[in-house]
Design a protein around this ligand. Structure first.
Ligand code: ATP
Length: 204
């Protein structure tokens, strides 16, 4: 279980997170929701250890794989090559590179219709790029998966595909998903943690 206790964070004079208390149970999916600027990205970055809280503690996150809000892909290489750059043998139980590439391509084909393994990601739409990033984060061996707005740029049908992929490949890990759409928690069979600019309300 991930436990957050009294998390506080300010930038300059502005308080972004004020005494946040939360628990994310083992083997669960939770959507973090809240208006723009409520501190969702700041909170998940603190959970992942990418940023320090001013006060408070995070426990139980273990190794985190993180899907950033921005794509962070190299445009002139293929989707599989992008993923190969961040995965290693540990993520595949010791398979050789050829097998690793085959498994990556199979995963990509699950979320990309008419997937062509030789196309560079520079030719992809925004929603396609998001799915490549999703696969990259999900394939990384970890205890916790954090997905920051994984569905942006996707229509409803594509979102369903991506949500099914997340559920199938979560493997009992704690999954935290930042989103603006309440319906995403339904697609993911997940709970909701609502963050507001003045207080946090747990509505799981
Ligand atoms: N490195 C930083 N330096 C200064 N201010 C920051 C920094 N990072 C975030 N902030 C501020 O903290 C507040 C919360 O930002 P954050 O990105 O966590 O919100 P969010 O809820 O994820 O927003 P959105 O839904 O728009 O992505 C914003 O006012 C933002 O400007």
């Amino acid at each position: 279980m991930i436990k957050l206790e009294n998390i506080c964070k300010s930038y300059d004079e502005k308080t972004v997170l004020d005494n946040i208390m939360a628990e994310f149970p083992d083997d669960s999916i939770t959507c973090i929701m809240g208006e723009s600027g409520a501190g969702k990205t700041t909170l998940v970055r603190i959970i992942a250890g990418l940023e320090n809280a001013d006060r408070g503690t995070v426990s139980g996150a273990g190794v985190v794989s993180f899907d950033f809000q921005e794509d962070r892909l190299i445009n002139d290489i293929s989707a599989a090559d992008n993923i190969m750059l961040v995965l290693d043998k540990n993520d595949f139980g010791g398979h050789d590179k050829k097998t690793m590439r085959k498994i990556i391509n199979e995963n990509l084909a699950e979320v990309l219709k008419d997937y062509h393994s030789d196309k560079s990601t520079g030719t992809y739409s925004g929603g396609m790029k998001r799915r490549v990033c999703l696969v990259r984060a999900m394939m990384k061996k970890s205890d916790t998966v954090i997905l920051d707005e994984p569905f942006s740029g996707m229509d409803e049908e594509t979102k369903i595909l991506a949500a099914e992929y997340i559920k199938k490949h979560r493997d009992g890990r704690i999954c935290i998903v930042v989103t603006h759409e309440k319906s995403d928690s339904g697609l993911l069979d997940g709970g909701i943690y609502l963050l507001t600019t003045d207080k946090a309300v747990d509505t799981i």
